[in-house]
Design a protein. Structure first.
Length: 198
C-alpha cells in the first residue's frame, strides 16, 4: 500500500511472468516454455503465496489456508481466466476476491465478479477500499487499459526468448517511465524485478 495524506491507499500491482523479449504467453496461450528453478519457485511461493491458485496448492504442498501476504483481490482478463475454465475450475483464486473483465464471457462462477465495462473505474473504486493491494494478473489488453493506474510492476523474467506471442502490454504508443526498486536474481538466470512509476 502507499500513503496519501496519512491514509493508506491500495496499490494496483501487475505481477506477471515474461520472457526476455517481454512475452507473457505464446501464440496459442502457452505458458510452459519458461525455464524454472526451485530457488525461484520457493521465493515466489514464500513472498507471493496468494498468486498460487487455490486448486494447485495441495499439489505443491501448500496449505489451503496459507495467509495472503500482499494481495486480497485479483483482477483478470478473459485470457487469464480461460485456462482455469478449460481445466474445469470456475474459481481459481478462491482465497481472493476475484474479478474478471470480459465483454465476451457469457457468465462466471458465483465466486467471481464479471465486469463488462470500465475497468479503470473498478480499479479506482477498489483502491479507495481498505485492504491489501490488488493483483493485476493479466492479460495484455487489460494491462494496456489499466497502465495509467498501475502503481507497481513485479516482473518475473525468465531466461528464454519467445520470439512471438502476447506482449506484457497491448496499448497505443504512450511511454510511461518506471524505475526498478528491487531486483532478485537466481542462478538459472531468472530475475524478479519490482518497478514503480518514475
Amino acid at each position: 500500500m502507499v500513503e496519501t495524506r496519512g491514509k493508506p491507499v491500495r496499490k494496483l500491482v501487475y505481477f506477471i511472468a515474461a520472457s526476455i523479449d517481454g512475452v507473457i504467453a505464446g501464440p496459442e496461450g502457452e505458458h510452459d516454455f519458461y525455464p524454472t528453478a526451485e530457488p525461484m519457485v520457493e521465493h515466489l511461493r514464500a513472498e507471493y503465496p496468494e498468486t498460487t491458485p487455490t486448486h494447485v496448492r495441495p499439489l505443491v504442498g501448500m496449505p489451503l489456508d496459507t495467509p495472503n501476504r500482499r494481495y486480497d483481490t485479483v483482477l483478470m482478463g478473459r485470457g487469464s481466466y480461460q485456462p482455469a475454465l478449460d481445466a474445469g475450475v470456475g474459481s481459481p483464486y478462491a482465497h481472493l476476491r476475484q474479478y474478471v473483465v470480459s465483454r465476451s464471457l457469457p457468465d462466471a462462477d458465483p465466486a467471481v465478479v464479471l465486469v463488462r465495462a470500465d475497468p479503470v473505474g473498478l480499479v479506482r473504486e477498489l483502491k479507495r477500499e481498505d485492504g491489501l493491494d490488488v493483483w493485476l494478473c493479466g492479460g495484455a489488453d487489460l494491462a494496456g487499459q489499466l497502465l495509467p493506474e498501475i502503481d507497481e510492476l513485479v516482473v518475473k523474467t525468465y531466461p528464454v526468448v519467445a520470439g512471438g506471442g502476447t506482449p506484457l502490454f497491448r496499448a497505443g504508443f504512450a511511454p510511461r517511465a518506471f524505475r526498478p526498486v528491487d531486483v532478485r536474481a537466481f542462478d538459472h538466470g531468472g530475475v524478479v524485478t519490482t518497478y514503480r512509476p518514475a
